[in-house]
Design a protein around this ligand. Structure first.
Ligand SMILES: C[S@@+](CC[C@H](N)C(=O)[O-])C[C@H]1O[C@@H](n2cnc3c(N)ncnc32)[C@H](O)[C@@H]1O
Length: 479
């Protein structure tokens, strides 16, 4: 550890520190302060009240990130973990406490980052299921502890590309776990190897080709396994993501079909040349069965394409949309815009209560799913378009006219300043903002308030128990 001449002590990468955790940061890490409190260390695997030994893995001028090696004195709140795998860092806090922290973080983001006041903070909606609630799991293939045996699980927390083996993923259903185990056994039996992540990054085309290309024997190297579940019918869609190369994907489908029977809906294979750890993009082909996963959401009969976004907690999505319906307070004649509409579920849910609805979504297969869902469910007052909201919104305004209600449900990065400006130009009476990240909702909320809207109320919804992820719905009205 060294100290800046006029500042607090600053740890080095690799330093081991003993730290007392005083609160939780947005993003879920514990917060510890060094010296007189100026230098902050974000500590993965620690909760308020813990005293831990942690190793620094990233260091910046005014803060560092560390990973817990040992809990020296546990917080009085700490409870025994239920799951033995990563991805559920908050499982050591009682569920009631998780809810309190999430609600407080939404309020804090709006007050402190957004500098907003005067809104009603409605109570957080707890999850219906605290475990096995996810309808989509993205697992990674890796070389395991010793780099020899193929594993399929989650990345080890805080740094490194190591993938840890898992037997029972407690975020997934039992049938989802079975699909993962069958795929892994099949891959081990075939002698397939995992893609090597990390390295020095892209230096040139040759290095990229080597890193994303097949193994020496010409066979594809395994990157990810995406297991998606239509919860209403209990159907599974399994997608294997690999590098370029050969793969007996039909044999994988046979092994899955034998184990899962009618519960298997489809098997897909994506070849990706991305250096990033992503399951999006690449070239996807249908190997077996149906390319679209059947699901029900409330009254809606849906079919979801592999590339399309769908809320990852189906049961809680129904409650989330219930709040959207309530905040929308539609009378039946209104023109509604649904921006970032995915497979159209918000517009389709609001459709019986509105005059006309217009959705914009970037991913074309999702738009096709939305249009098909409107037809299947005999909903005739909705229109969906593929496009980037920033460019498509002004076009929509010209074509459809000003919206009475505008619903936005952007990705974690929130709305760019340009999109906020376009929304302000569209001048809807009400805006319902569905957010999966209060730290980007807050600046957007401040911009909308500056633009002439009032933040009336906010309601967090816990879609992701045992994790730090927070969803919430906010209502803005034009003054
Ligand atoms: C959080 S999801 C919400 C989807 C949908 N509202 C729902 O509840 O299922 C965000 C969606 O925004 C889409 N998206 C991302 N960037 C976009 C952009 N620039 N313009 C339009 N849609 C975009 C994503 O493909 C994704 O479907």
């Amino acid at each position: 550890m060294n100290a800046a001449p006029d500042g607090p002590p600053r740890p080095q990468r690799g330093d081991e520190l003993e730290l007392s955790i005083d609160s939780l940061a947005f993003g879920g890490e514990g917060i510890a302060r060094l010296g007189d409190g100026g230098y902050v260390v974000f500590v993965a695997g620690a909760i308020p009240g813990d005293r831990v030994r942690a190793v620094v893995h990233k260091r910046k001028r005014s803060y560092a990130h560390a990973r817990t090696l040992e809990v020296l004195e546990p917080s009085p709140e700490r409870i025994a973990p239920t799951a033995d795998h990563p991805g559920v860092a908050w499982q050591v806090m009682p569920y009631e406490r998780q809810l309190e922290v999430k609600a407080a973080q939404v309020e804090e983001a709006l007050r402190r980052i957004g500098k907003l006041d005067g809104f009603v903070m409605e109570p957080i909606v707890p999850a219906l299921e605290e475990w096995r609630y996810r309808n989509k799991l993205e697992y990674s293939f890796g070389g395991g502890e010793n780099g020899e045996e193929l594993v399929c699980g989650f990345h080890a927390p805080a740094g490194g590309n190591r993938v840890t083996a898992m037997e029972d993923c407690l975020l997934a259903s039992e049938r989802g776990n079975l699909a993962r185990r069958v795929a892994l056994e099949w891959a081990r039996g075939e002698g397939l190897v995992a893609w090597e992540r990390g390295g020095r990054g892209e230096r040139g085309r040759r290095e990229r080709d080597e890193r994303t290309g097949p193994a020496a024997d010409g066979r594809a190297r395994l990157r990810n396994l995406v297991v998606r579940e239509g919860r209403s019918a209990g159907k599974l869609q399994v997608r294997i993501v690999t590098t370029d190369g050969e793969l007996e994907a039909g044999a994988l489908a046979q092994a899955l079909s034998k184990a899962l029977g009618d519960e298997l809906s489809g098997v897909l294979w994506t070849r990706s040349r991305s250096l990033a750890e992503t399951t999006q993009g690449g070239q996807t082909e249908l190997v077996w069965g149906d390319g679209e996963l059947p699901e029900r959401l409330g009254e809606l009969d849906l079919r979801i394409s592999a590339e399309a976004f769908f809320q990852t907690n189906t049961e809680m999505a129904e409650l989330l949309y219930g709040i959207v319906v309530e905040y929308a307070a539609l009378e039946g004649w209104e023109r509604v815009y649904d921006l970032y509409s995915g497979i159209g579920t918000i517009a389709l849910t609001l459709a019986p209560r509105a005059g006309e609805l217009w959705g914009i979504e970037l991913i074309e297969p999702a738009v096709a799913d939305a249009i098909a869902a409107a037809q299947r469910n005999e909903i005739t007052n909705v229109h969906f378009f593929a496009g980037d909201t920033r460019l498509a919104l002004p076009e929509l305004l010209e074509r459809a006219g000003r919206p009475d209600l505008l619903v936005v449900d952007p990705p974690r990065a929130g709305l760019s300043k340009k999109v906020v400006r376009r929304i302000i130009e569209a001048s809807p009476k009400r805006i319902v903002y569905v957010s999966c990240n209060p730290t980007t909702l807050a600046p957007n909320a401040a911009e909308l308030v500056e633009g002439g809207w009032v933040l009336r109320k906010v309601r967090p919804v816990d879609m992701f128990p045992q994790t730090h992820h927070i969803e919430c719905v906010a209502l803005f009205e034009r003054v």
